[in-house]
Design a protein around this ligand. Structure first.
Ligand code: PMP
Length: 439
């Protein structure tokens, strides 16, 4: 009997080893990690350079409390990250995960507003559906019913605007008017709230778990930046899933040349080697906060030297192996192959993504875009079938968290053509089995 509990789902196999894109359980069964854990293991499992860097750090020190010591590892990683950020984002605050990074960004924005005499600003507008973390602050900006509803009484409600799902709204994603339309919705919300109350807009550049690799329509990112500037609203880019090369650039927002005020990262930065996250902010936000007495926020494990040494080696490996480029080229191949599967399997209603953040969505009817009935729990059933076929994929129910199912296919960025064939074959077999079950 296990004493562990997470989110239900019964017993899972016990992990034994993981190397590259493969994982083995204690019974010797092999799985292809087609989701990089939860879009975490971007550089693959057991990378020897990262393990060696961690070993070297472990032999020196494993902990230095941030209020007692700076560490070489955290200083080096901070300056490395700043070199990869849009200009001006030069202040780094380390944390241990994505929710902590999001909360840190929200709190820095709030303290900045206070420091510059804009204390009426506190609302962080986000999108529906969205996922920004499970701590209460990050959850207030999350729009995903199954995770938010039980805690509504404990949450300070934050405004939401619709995520730009052109494919469901019958709009052309390649028409800049579509991007403008969704940015107008944001502007209308800011006006309705009263711009003097709005602190920030929080978004993922490419929607991750909540919307299933949703790429923004043409013109959206640019228009969003303009709207925020017009109303003195800060732009917080949640790169927890998209960062560290996942979409084919180090940051997802680079594809549109967007300059956020704050970037938050985690998953692919520690890449499964260490719990690590970072909030990287424009210095013009940080300086007034420090002058006004300091940032009233922090976590005990922040800047942990072992985690930072791992993070630094991960960034080295992303660059050394050209993993952003590989994510771009392999992502294009994967999307093309997913379109092939869509032609073959009627149940696949949409294919989308950027780099190796890709997904397909199940639909009962492609013309009306009707989802499969919720009772089928299709996304979970498909994950189980793929799992039995030795392929790990990640799934969620989308469409405001109540209906519609998507499957994220997000393998490590070290993917080769042989791995790609194996993934597509696993998906093909699993889709046939699933369709047969539904027939
Ligand atoms: N933001 C995004 C976009 C995420 O995908 C996640 C995790 N799925 C988080 C924040 C929260 O990260 P963590 O689970 O590490 O707290």
């Amino acid at each position: 009997m296990s004493h562990l509990f997470y989110q239900g789902r019964g017993r899972k196999p016990v992990l034994d080893q993981a190397r590259g894109v493969y994982m083995w359980d204690k019974d010797g069964r092999r799985y292809l990690d087609g989701s990089s854990g939860a879009m975490v293991c971007n550089i693959g499992h057991s990378n020897p350079h990262v393990l060696a860097a961690m070993q070297r750090q472990m032999e020196k020190s494993t902990f230095g409390y941030r209020l007692h010591f700076e560490t070489e590892a955290s200083e080096k990683l901070a300056s490395r990250l700043v070199g990869l950020m849009p200009e001006g984002l030069s202040k780094v605050f380390f944390v241990s995960g994505g929710s902590e990074a999001v909360e840190s960004g929200m709190k820095l924005a709030r303290q900045y507003a206070l420091a510059v005499g804009q204390g009426t600003r506190w609302k962080v507008i986000s999108r529906a559906p969205s996922y920004h973390g499970c701590t209460l602050g990050a959850l207030a900006t999350t729009s995903y019913g199954p995770l938010t509803v039980p805690f509504e009484a404990m949450l300070r409600p934050m405004p939401k605007v619709p995520a730009p799902r052109a494919y469901l709204d019958g709009l052309d994603p390649d028409d800049p008017a579509t991007g403008r339309h969704y940015a107008d919705t944001l502007e209308a919300q800011i006006r309705a709230e009263g711009p003097e109350t709005v602190l920030a807009f929080l978004l993922e550049p490419v929607g991750g778990a909540s919307t299933g690799a949703l790429v923004p329509p043409e013109g959206y990112m640019e228009a969003v930046r303009e709207v925020c500037d017009r109303h003195g609203v800060l732009l917080i880019m949640d790169e927890v899933m998209t960062g560290a090369g996942r979409t084919g650039a180090f940051l997802g927002c680079e594809h549109w040349g967007t300059r956020p005020d704050i970037v938050v990262m985690s998953k692919g930065l520690g890449a499964g080697y260490a719990p690590l996250g970072a909030m990287i902010a424009d210095e013009r936000l940080v300086d007034p906060v420090l002058e006004a007495g300091g940032f009233a926020h922090g976590f005990t494990y922040a800047g942990n030297p072992l985690a930072c040494a791992a993070g630094l080696a991960v960034v080295d490996e992303i660059e050394r192996q050209g993993l952003c480029e590989n994510a771009r080229t392999m992502g294009e191949k994967l999307i093309a192959r997913l379109h092939g599967l869509m032609q073959k399997h009627e149940i696949v209603g949409d294919v989308r993504g950027k780099g190796l953040l890709t997904a397909f969505e199940f639909m009962a009817d492609r013309d009306s875009k009707a989802p499969l009935p919720k009772a089928l729990n299709a996304h979970q059933r498909f994950v189980d079938i793929a799992y039995a076929n030795g392929l790990i994929v990640y799934s969620r129910r989308t469409r405001d968290g109540v209906e519609g199912d998507h499957i994220l296919v997000c393998p490590p960025l070290i993917l080769t053509d042989t791995h790609l064939d194996e993934i597509v074959e696993g998906l093909d077999i699993s889709l046939s089995q699933f369709a047969a079950e539904l027939a």
